[in-house]
Ligand binder design. Structure first.
Ligand code: GLU
Length: 468
């Protein structure tokens, strides 16, 4: 192939969906694998009722956030309507399309007969083409393409392999509606051709459209692109991935604190695996090096949120991701308050907990207890007398620590345990509870570090007061 020209062509009828992001990602990878290639972005907004400006912005921002870039300015399909109309008229002129003035009633009668099997041909309109009056109408018609009924169509799809369809299965689909607007089926082909697109990578929900769209190319002697129809992704129950399964838009994942690297890592391993990858962690550069589109499975893949969590936890733990955490905090109402009031504290919390969290928003709940200015121990009665005696000494020890550093505090606590000949849980668990109202959690040294000396003592002293 000469240089590769591909495109991502979302309809702005919703926020950027995980499945669309995967299509965009694979387009981006292919473009990045071939020198001098192009990836265009086209917003297919011809469905004016469902298309919204906010979705366009959402799609553009989502792609940028994922690190998926494209060439030139995004193309807006609705701005090309005149060109689409021109092509439809051209098809009329060369008799590869015809005007159809069937009424809704006529069409639905015919549709019923086709669906019940009474008529085997899929042609929904049979009379208009030969009706001179209809063909000379100036308004009140749609323009239909004229697809031959004989023979077979074969597609050699990069992913799906050889796919065959009998031409008599194909209907004469509408190119121009009654209101003189082009349909998606026409616009997509005209725009792809005009952009010089020679490789179409899109969801396999469009596989059937290929067999219709190809006639527009053929009738106009345009070169037909190569096609790769990517299988859709399903939820763990095998059903189409939807909100029932969890967050399905890139925005929602971003809001919860998933990282782009994790999403990309997870998406690319759906139906594909690198050759010699010992573990599954793979970054975009390595994906670009190793990905082979024809190795992508043609069966639908299962999107696992568990797996996404696993990848996210991995990327969250990387040291260089602290700045990303701050960025996330700024976008989150609660964490931003914490960040503004005590950046060091939220950083210490994050560093202490990052190995255990699955996404950044897990930090919100974790932080509450550390930022609680009115913290009260929730205890009905004191621990036992053995602990209380030990605690008096422990409090003195903590009071006397003037070098508030992790290793030093740890050392002092260990010395204290040794001197008193006790195992850590005897002291550690209750002390952790006094500091956080939770018997489980990070080491008490970590908790001391998060709270700082004054706050730690304040909380411990609460118990002393309780103790009398
Ligand atoms: N606009 C179509 C969609 O969002 C994609 C069309 C295509 O890739 O051919 O499903």
């Amino acid at each position: 192939m000469t240089e590769l020209v591909t495109r991502f062509a979302p309809s702005p009828t919703g926020n950027l969906h995980i499945g669309s992001a995967r299509t965009a990602l694979i387009n981006f990878i292919l473009k990045s694998q071939y020198p001098n290639s192009k990836l265009y972005l086209r917003i297919e907004d011809t469905d004016k009722q469902r298309s919204k400006e906010e979705y366009i912005n959402n799609i553009l921002n989502g792609l940028k956030w994922l690190g998926i870039s494209w060439d030139n300015e995004p193309q807006i399909q609705s701005k090309n309507i005149n060109r689409h109309l021109e092509i439809a008229n051209e098809l009329l002129k060369i008799k590869k399309a015809y005007k159809c003035a069937c009424t809704e009633n006529e069409l639905s009668e015919r549709r019923k007969k086709i669906n019940s099997g009474e008529i085997t041909s899929k042609k929904i309109c049979v009379n208009c083409e030969s009706n001179k009056d209809v063909q000379s109408l100036n308004k009140g018609f749609v323009i239909r393409i004229k697809i031959p009924e004989e023979g077979k169509e074969i597609l050699h799809d990069v992913i799906q392999g050889k796919v065959e369809v009998n031409k008599n299965e194909l209907d004469d689909f509408v190119l121009i509606r009654q209101n003189n607007t082009p349909t998606y089926m026409l616009s997509v082909v005209v725009d792809d051709h005009d952009l010089g697109v020679n490789y179409i990578i899109r969801g396999d929900d469009h596989l059937n459209n290929y067999f219709r769209q190809k006639f527009i190319y053929e009738f106009l002697s345009w070169e037909i692109p190569r096609y790769a129809h990517i299988p859709l992704i399903n939820g763990e129950d095998g059903k189409k991935l939807s909100k029932r399964h969890g967050a399905v838009s890139i925005t929602d994942l971003k809001k919860q604190g998933f990282l782009p690297e994790a999403i990309i890592n997870n998406l690319i391993l759906l139906g594909w695996a690198p050759n010699n990858q010992k573990d599954e962690i793979i970054n975009l550069d390595n994906i670009i090096n190793e990905f082979k589109i024809n190795n992508l499975s043609k069966s639908s893949s299962i999107f696992s949120y568990k797996k996404l969590n696993f990848f996210n936890n991995h990327y969250i733990r990387q040291d260089d991701n602290l700045n990303k955490f701050y960025e996330y905090c700024k976008s989150n109402e609660f964490l931003n308050q914490y960040l503004q009031s005590d950046k060091n504290k939220i950083t210490r919390i994050f560093n202490t907990y990052k190995k255990n969290i699955l996404k950044y928003d897990d930090i919100i709940n974790i932080s509450k207890i550390y930022f609680d200015e009115y913290f009260k121990i929730s205890l009905e009665k004191n621990f036992d007398i053995q602990f209380d005696n030990l605690f008096k000494e422990f409090l003195k020890l903590i009071n006397n620590i003037n070098t508030w550093e992790h290793d030093y505090i740890n050392l002092k606590i260990n010395e204290f345990l040794n001197q008193n000949n006790i195992k850590f849980p005897v002291l550690g668990k209750p002390v952790r509870y006094l500091l956080t109202n939770n018997y489980n959690g990070p080491s008490i040294t970590d908790i001391f570090m998060i709270l700082g000396k004054n706050k730690s003592l304040e909380r411990l002293n609460n118990y002393k007061i309780l103790n009398g």
